[in-house]
Design a protein around this ligand. Structure first.
Ligand SMILES: *Cc1c(COP(=O)(O)O)cnc(C)c1O
Length: 355
């Protein structure tokens, strides 16, 4: 006989939750669309909307007015195609096999073609509307500028001709160089639309905007350039429950490797978040969690599933109470040494993603 497996039961509530501020998310798209001037803003929704959950976030962006969606992988395209019209979806990694080209045509999404090889593969598969990425200096994905005159490129039905900025979050001469190169590309490549900017690029000004911008980070609350401060609101609010309260005696240590020792008797809370959830060990001894407007220090090492915090200034905080992680992104990035992108995309699968 097969061993008995558990019957289906309703789950108790999760001890980790990720609240999405829908109003802030919609307002961030509206602000970035306005900052894009005559260009329209689309949305980079790859990596499950930077970890926030595409099924929750994409409908909010669509309701705000977004009509252009950028994913990286074909699996992400399939998920997005369940939520928005297929003709609005572009797949940044492009078809690296014939099977992917066939899949793109069958699904009806646009591949972003990134090399002459991909251009030829797309035409051989039957072609149809596509996007074209031209590399103007990041040397990551994209056709070399020398190759844009190839007859195969001339045979394409290009919706959007793209390039990607390498240093838009800095005041770098590379931005001007890429803008100049992309201007030349736009005169030479026939396409319905041209698109250069990510979130940071939008803040570089009107010359950079062309027809379509592709913000990701700033939609989700990231602030990659000072110009966006005050115009972008926090969207992701991760919270974790206190699962045990302990009284420490003076001289007792907490956590792996005993990196914190109580100087006096104190009350601490064990919180249900750890590095497996994306709350990495860089927060050990220096993170803070939020409770009723108070900031409570992280004590000792962050472990896989738990983090210990100081409840000295929160005597009424107890087991089952929810603590907010400090996820105001620019400050959290400075405090942790992680990038704002990493902070978002690290948030793990154990967070219940909710409105
Ligand atoms: C991820 C990505 C974006 C979005 O960039 P952000 O810096 O998150 O705004 C735009 N374009 C391309 C090609 C990307 O890969």
């Amino acid at each position: 006989m097969m061993p008995e497996t558990a019957p289906p039961l309703p789950l108790p509530p999760a001890a980790l939750r990720l609240r999405l501020d829908h109003a802030a998310l919609g307002a961030n798209w509206t602000a970035l669309d306005a900052l894009s001037g005559a260009a329209r803003a689309g949305a980079a929704i790859k990596a499950d909307c930077y970890g926030l959950g595409a099924t929750e976030a994409v409908p909010v962006l669509a309701a705000a007015g977004c009509r252009d969606w950028f994913v990286a992988h074909w699996q992400e395209a399939a998920e997005a195609a369940q939520i928005v019209p297929v003709g609005q979806i572009s797949v940044l990694h492009g078809p690296i096999t014939d099977a992917e080209a066939t899949y793109a045509r069958a699904l009806g999404v646009r591949p972003v073609l990134n090399s002459l090889e991909q251009v030829r593969r797309w035409l051989a598969a039957g072609g149809g509307p596509c996007d074209l990425m031209v590399d103007t200096g990041i040397n990551r994905l994209g056709l070399r500028v020398e190759d844009i005159g190839d007859p195969a490129v001339g045979a394409l039905d290009i919706d959007t001709c793209l390039s990607h900025l390498a240093s838009a979050d800095e005041d770098s001469a590379q931005n001007f160089a890429q803008l100049a190169r992309f201007g030349a590309v736009a005169s030479a490549v026939r396409a319905k639309r041209y698109s250069l900017c990510n979130s940071a690029g939008i803040a570089l000004g009107g010359d950079y905007h062309f027809d379509l911008t592709r913000p990701g980070l700033a939609l989700y609350g990231g602030v990659p350039r000072g110009e966006l401060t005050g115009r972008i609101a926090q969207v992701a609010f991760p919270e974790a429950a206190v699962i045990q309260v302990r009284q420490l005696h003076a001289g007792e240590s907490v956590g792996y490797n005993a990196t914190f020792t109580a100087p006096a008797a104190m009350r601490v809370g064990v919180v249900s978040v750890g590095y497996a959830d994306g709350y990495l060990r860089c927060w050990s001894g220096r993170g803070q969690v939020l409770w009723q407007g108070r900031r409570l220090p992280v004590l000792g090492r962050v472990s896989m599933d738990m983090t210990i915090v100081d409840l000295t200034t929160a005597p009424d905080c107890g087991e089952g109470d929810w603590l907010g992680l400090d996820y105001a992104l620019p400050g959290a990035a400075a405090a942790s040494g992680l990038s704002q992108y990493e902070l978002l995309t690290l948030l793990g699968r154990r967070f219940a993603r909710e409105a």
